[in-house]
Design a protein around this ligand. Structure first.
Ligand code: FCB
Length: 460
């Protein structure tokens, strides 16, 4: 294959999230989050695993930053745990919680790595969860207060501030299918949460700007929704419905001024959207400087009156849509590998919502890697050629989008480290660095060395 070069200043990096790596769940005044509660609820997470210790990054951040520097990362996306900053979600700021991020940011800057902050990667303070979580409008207001506190401490050194990670998951998996915290199964609650998450973004973005933030954005996981049969009108209608529920319900209010009519009509059959108040849409639509895109696999759908729909994650699609099972070869998550989906998605967003720079804030794959003495690849070796193939395919797809004119600023691999993969616990390994959870030993996989090369050559 031909050599590919990425634009100068293309931002190469890696991403993680607080609850997935930090551990130290009760240290330095951190309050409980809905994920602490959820992971302790029997049957919710694989083998009852929790983020109590995770990768112990809270104590090992210096070692982890040294590793990032060794790999040549230019950017590192991490999330701040709201319950470290405000243990109850409201009220006084806990300075010891912010001290950790202060140390982390300084360590990154010393190594020339740009910090990219996510303010919310799903670990809502439990006290706010008890008051209805994202179904309560007040949560959006509290989120802006928390954002202001985080900015006040780190804004002098952190340039890039993103509000939410994948509000689709927070709303539909948290309140619709119940696969994520807080584990509710209530379609009306899911739609209510969608709006309050977007409102939280809008309020926080406004507060960050008022405080002086230069680059403000949000990360979504838009789906590349495809028809089972390109020539079927029924399948095209299914694509339109699913695209509305997954993509346009977020993208339109953020980047096109308000909710799409067809989506409002659909959700009105489930809940009267009285939670959308005058002025909300204007606030949510305030311009952003960056849109983060997380992409893993495409979504194939067919229009069928007997279709089972997407369950709680796609309220109201039963009896209208069939979600096709992914076809192999699959990753260890059971996800499809289709790099062309990334090109399509980036182009579509750039076309339909022009003018916003894009950043791939997550892309990567889980494979069942083993390191250590018993590694099939030799002691202490992880020859993850399947991950390298996944990453290479998706980088080529990203490059293709750039060559078609998409303003793509960078690529952050998910993830730096193997970590707590939510409901799947520790059994799914997404890291380019292997973590032995008994010893906390980090072992860069072959993919880490490969990525290091890609970064140093600025291409493939
Ligand atoms: C995304 C999440 C991230 C990680 C990857 C695999 O949905 O943002 O935390 O779990 O999936």
């Amino acid at each position: 294959m031909s050599e590919l070069r990425f634009p100068d200043n293309f931002l190469w990096g890696a991403a993680t999230a607080a609850y997935q790596i930090e551990g130290a769940a009760r240290e330095d005044g951190r309050g409980p989050s809905i994920w602490d509660t959820f992971s302790r609820t029997p049957g919710k997470v694989h083998q009852g695993q929790t983020g109590d210790v995770a990768c112990d990054h809270y104590h090992r951040y210096a070692e982890d930053v040294a590793l990032m520097a060794e790999l040549g990362l230019r950017a590192y996306r991490f999330s701040i745990a709201w319950p470290r900053v405000q243990p109850d979600g409201t009220g006084p700021v806990n300075p010891r919680g912010l001290d950790f991020y202060d140390r982390l940011v300084d360590a990154l800057l010393e190594r020339g790595i740009d910090p990219i902050v996510t303010l919310y990667h799903w670990d809502l303070p439990q006290t706010l969860g008890d008051r209805g979580g994202w179904t309560n409008r007040e949560t959006a207001e509290h989120f802006a207060t928390y954002a202001t506190a985080a900015y006040a401490r780190l804004g002098d050194r952190v340039d890039v501030w993103t509000t939410l990670n994948e509000p689709w998951c927070s709303a539909y998996l948290g309140y619709g299918s119940g696969v994520h915290a807080p584990g509710e199964q209530d379609a009306a609650a899911a739609f209510t949460a969608v709006h309050h998450l977007l409102l939280g973004h809008g309020l926080a973005a406004r507060a960050l700007r008022a405080a002086g933030a230069r680059t403000v954005g949000i990360t979504l996981n838009p789906a590349d929704v495809r028809p089972a049969d390109e020539s079927s009108a029924a399948d095209a209608a299914a694509v339109r419905l699913v695209d509305g529920l997954h993509n346009r319900i977020f993208l339109d209010p953020l980047l096109a001024g308000g909710y799409p009519e067809d989506v409002l009509e659909h959700l009105s059959r489930i809940v009267e959207p009285t939670f959308v108040r005058d002025g909300d849409e204007k606030l949510i639509a305030a311009p952003i400087d960056l849109l983060g895109i997380n992409y893993y696999q495409p979504t194939y759908v067919a229009g069928r009156p007997d279709g089972g729909g997407g369950g709680g994650a796609y309220p109201g699609t039963d009896g209208a849509v069939e979600f096709l099972p992914p076809v192999g070869p699959l990753t260890d998550m059971g996800w499809m590998v289709e790099p062309a989906g990334l090109t399509r998605l980036l182009e579509r967003i750039a076309t339909d919502y022009p003018g916003v720079p894009l950043l791939i804030t997550e892309n990567g794959a889980a494979y069942p890697d083993k390191a250590g003495a018993d590694s099939p690849d030799g002691p202490g070796q992880v020859a993850d050629t399947d991950r390298i193939a996944y990453l290479e395919g998706h980088l080529r797809a990203a490059h293709e989008a750039i060559s078609r004119g998409v303003d793509l600023r960078g690529y952050l691999v998910w993830s730096l480290l193997d970590n707590f993969e939510w409901a799947e616990g520790y059994r799914r390994r997404f890291g380019i660095v292997h973590v032995n959870y008994l010893t906390q030993r980090r072992t860069p996989k072959a993919s880490a060395r490969w990525y290091q090369e890609v970064i140093s050559r600025n291409g493939l």
